[in-house]
Design a protein around this ligand. Structure first.
Ligand SMILES: NC(=O)c1ccc[n+]([C@@H]2O[C@H](COP(=O)([O-])OP(=O)(O)OC[C@H]3O[C@@H](n4cnc5c(N)ncnc54)[C@H](O)[C@@H]3O)[C@@H](O)[C@H]2O)c1
Length: 390
């Protein structure tokens, strides 16, 4: 699909929808952003919107409850959707059919079916829609991607994630809090590193006796990617001691060596850049150069990185990270892992995508979105499309 580019080079005027916890983090970041100017704020809770604007020192913001109304009164050219996941579909649909591109907080939608409805709405409206996967945007992760390429082709990519998480509220009563609320970040980063998408997954979850959550806080999932790499994720939210970073500890093992990332600043590579035969055994061993990957530096990180990528795509027409067609694969990794954990079966992504398509066709959606969905030969073919600017 093609989306309209927005010529110009100054900060893009934007409306933010959702003035809650994360919305206020976006408002703080936008105060110093070179990429966007906050001109409007939308929340169903008007008292919250007004108090957040006042507390953060925003004067003259257009504030209201309707994204199309606030956008037209404020002159905004794009929308940042930081509402709760169940509001991502209605808010994003209202924005794109008002002619506005959208940057939407993760997860794109609560289910793959609803995410596919957003993909169809992007196509029907011709607007760019991008998921903000902020954990793709770290200088050290960019270095790690370089290091992974150096040691590829890979056999195995692994993440070990261990935290003691205390989030009083809805997470403590979810069935799969770790997989749904946290693992999506690591799953998405695996696609970023491998430049590939998964085809199947096996996953097991459980909850230790000392857990303060109702649902499962420990999970191990093994994904097979289309190119054959296995990605193994092991995570825990009820770890006592020796925790990892919030991004987890990563290891990539390939034909040309091994690369690790501590999820913060340290990237290490041991390259098998020479092989030596062991006399008389027919075996060879690798010798290591002990090379450290050079650090990329100076890129915008986390949500500022998501925003910079989104605005650059609108200015130049290039395909951004996590454009929604492609991002459906990250959401599908969560849904497929949950399904495998619940059934004990290996789950295939083609099945998750086609069932999501059937679910989307049954939703109550605007005619243009429903007919875009009905026109897809298969969900797999649809999500493999690439969006570029015209
Ligand atoms: N990327 C990250 O690291 C990260 C961290 C936390 C939250 N999030 C994501 O950010 C989003 C928001 O989370 P939060 O913690 O700020 O939630 P929150 O409940 O604190 O705030 C959400 C706000 O959205 C408003 N809202 C709900 N429906 C609306 C609608 N239809 N129109 C306008 N406003 C509406 C609510 O009134 C509320 O003020 C979620 O998608 C969440 O997963 C991301």
């Amino acid at each position: 699909m093609t989306f309209p580019t927005i010529p110009g080079d100054g900060p893009l005027p934007v409306v933010l929808v959702g003035a809650g916890l994360m919305g206020q983090a976006w408002m703080r970041m936008l105060q110093t952003s070179p990429d966007a100017d906050l001109v409007g704020l939308v929340d169903l809770d008007q008292e919250l919107a007004h108090s957040a604007a006042a507390e953060l020192g925003y004067d003259g913001l257009v504030i209201g409850t309707s994204v199309s109304d606030v956008a037209s009164r404020s002159g905004a050219k794009a929308v940042i959707n930081v509402t709760v996941p169940r509001a991502h579909v209605p808010v994003t649909l209202e924005a794109v059919f008002a002619g506005l591109p959208v940057l939407c907080e993760k997860p794109l939608a609560p289910t793959v079916g609803e995410a596919l409805a957003i993909v169809a709405a992007a196509e029907a409206s011709g607007q760019l829609v991008v998921t903000s996967q902020n954990r793709r945007f770290y200088d050290s992760l960019a270095s790690y991607r370089q290091a992974v390429a150096e040691v590829s082709p890979l056999a195995l990519l692994t993440t070990d994630f261990a935290r003691e998480a205390h989030f009083p509220g809805f997470r403590e009563t979810m069935r799969h809090p770790l997989l749904v609320d946290m693992a999506v970040h690591a799953f998405d980063v695996s696609r970023y590193l491998l430049l590939d998408d998964p085809v199947s997954v096996w996953c097991e979850t459980f909850n230790p006796s000392w857990s303060w959550f109702d649902g499962d806080t420990v999970a191990t999932a093994v994904f097979e990617f289309a190119g054959g790499v296995r990605y193994r994720y092991t995570g825990s939210w009820t770890t006592r001691g020796l925790v990892t970073s919030w991004n987890g500890s990563w290891r990539a093992a390939g034909e040309h060596g091994t690369a690790t990332w501590d999820g913060e600043r340290e990237v290490r590579v041991e390259r098998a850049d020479a092989t030596r035969s062991l006399p008389g055994t027919g075996h060879s061993v690798v010798t290591s150069s002990g090379l450290s990957a050079p650090m990329a530096a100076g890129g915008a990180e986390e949500i500022a990185g998501s925003l910079a990528d989104f605005v650059d795509a609108l200015r130049t027409g290039r395909t951004p990270e996590s454009e929604v067609h492609s991002n459906v694969h990250s959401l599908a990794m969560v849904e497929a892992a949950v399904r495998s954990a619940d059934t004990g079966e290996r789950v295939h992504f083609d099945d998750v995508l086609e069932e999501g398509h059937r679910e989307a066709l049954a939703l109550d959606l605007p005619e243009a979105v429903a007919s875009a969905l009905a026109g897809w030969g298969s969900a797999r073919a649809a999500v493999d499309r690439v969006a570029v600017g015209s």
